[in-house]
Design a protein around this ligand. Structure first.
Ligand SMILES: Cc1cc2nc3c(=O)[nH]c(=O)nc-3n(C[C@H](O)[C@H](O)[C@H](O)COP(=O)(O)O)c2cc1C
Length: 338
């Protein structure tokens, strides 16, 4: 069972509100396509009590009072702190979030910001320690959908200037640790009934496409997984000589390798032994050839560049060489005589 928290940021009845009409269609689709049951809990920021945060609820930065300070507070303040904790925990429990909101003065209406300030609490949805902030909502898969309607058309290029709500929301949702964020922007609701109807239809088409494509992708993933499982069953992974892998159908492999015979005739056994001997001899020869190649490869020619530089021959040196040569001849001759 998944919990869907539907946060309505609109005091209008659903049939008069563009954002709420589109959000309802989205919720119906989520219920239809989610792979488990979905329990929808509605939270209307205009009907529910959302505390206005005042400084006495906090001790230190962003942290609600500890027990000691809490006891010092008056009854009303303690109730407000309790309420903040209830809202933050309710938010934390959800798996799917749908927010329906109009654009007001380039942002979403203020009660939703007041709500977010309540649910973004240290120790519940975020962790502030050692001068670092970290979202705690990455503990399970969560999806966040933001449906916003606006009177004007908002070209993508001017989104940063004309739509501060979706830019902000995307960041704050990510900050809390929710990685799946999707926005459905119902812009151009204009001034007439027709304009509003067209804007709703366009948004509903987008939702249809979103789920169809999403389902098609899921199906493709399932099909490929099934295919791979089949491949694993029918194919054998073989290591090639160069270290890479190849796949061979198991049937082929089975044909290549007939079952071993249990008994052999004497003749067959002798043949088998001869074959084994041949194989052994071949491998010895190959090994020797390999060693020989290695030796040849290692027998590098002498590097001439590393030779001692030749001595320069001066007259003096020539004379001493000549003297040495004549002494040598004399020595050899006297040696012969002797
Ligand atoms: C107080 C107020 C402020 C608005 N500000 C903007 C705005 O900044 N940009 C815009 O495009 N539309 C603005 N609109 C128009 C609404 O966003 C538009 O009518 C929207 O479709 C209302 O959605 P809803 O039917 O869900 O309430 C504003 C409307 C009101 C009442």
């Amino acid at each position: 069972m998944k919990k869907l928290l539907y946060i309505s940021v609109n005091s209008k009845p659903e049939e008069d509100s563009t954002s709420k009409t589109v959000a309802r269609k989205l919720i119906d689709k989520i219920i239809k396509y989610e792979d488990s049951e979905v329990d929808v809990e509605e939270f209307d920021v205009y009907k529910e009590h959302i505390p206005t945060l005042t400084h006495e609820y906090f001790c230190g930065r962003n942290t609600l009072c500890n027990e000691e300070d809490y006891e010092e507070l008056n009854h009303r303040a303690r109730n407000e702190i309790d309420r903040i904790k209830v809202l933050a925990n309710q938010f934390k429990e959800a798996d799917i979030y749908v927010v329906a909101s109009p654009m007001w003065s380039l942002f979403f209406p203020a009660p939703f910001k007041q709500y977010l300030d309540c649910v973004i609490q240290n120790g519940i949805t975020i962790d502030i320690s050692e001068r670092k902030c970290k979202g705690l909502l990455d503990d399970k898969e969560r999806k966040f959908y933001f449906v916003q309607s606006s009177g004007g058309d908002i070209p993508v290029l001017f989104k940063g200037m004309l739509d501060h709500s979706s830019c902000y929301l995307k960041d704050i949702v990510k900050f809390m640790g929710i990685d799946k964020y999707k926005e459905i922007l119902v812009d151009g609701t204009g001034f007439t009934k027709e304009e509003r109807r067209d804007a709703i239809e366009a948004a509903e088409d987008e939702i249809d496409a979103m789920f169809k494509i999403g389902k098609a992708i899921d199906k493709a993933c399932e099909d490929s997984k099934e295919f791979m499982d089949k491949m694993k069953g029918y194919h054998k992974k073989l290591k090639k000589e160069d270290g890479s892998f190849t796949y061979r159908a198991k049937e082929d492999k089975d044909e290549e390798e007939p079952k071993e015979k249990e008994s052999f005739t004497e003749e067959e056994e002798q043949e088998h032994k001869a074959e084994e001997n041949n194989k052994e001899n071949e491998s010895v020869i190959k090994e020797e050839e390999k060693n020989h190649e290695e030796v040849v490869e290692n027998d590098y020619p002498v590097d001439d560049t590393k030779k001692e530089p030749e001595e320069e021959l001066t007259d003096e040196k020539m004379q001493s060489y000549e003297r040495m040569e004549s002494d040598k001849v004399l020595n050899e001759e006297s040696a012969k005589e002797y």
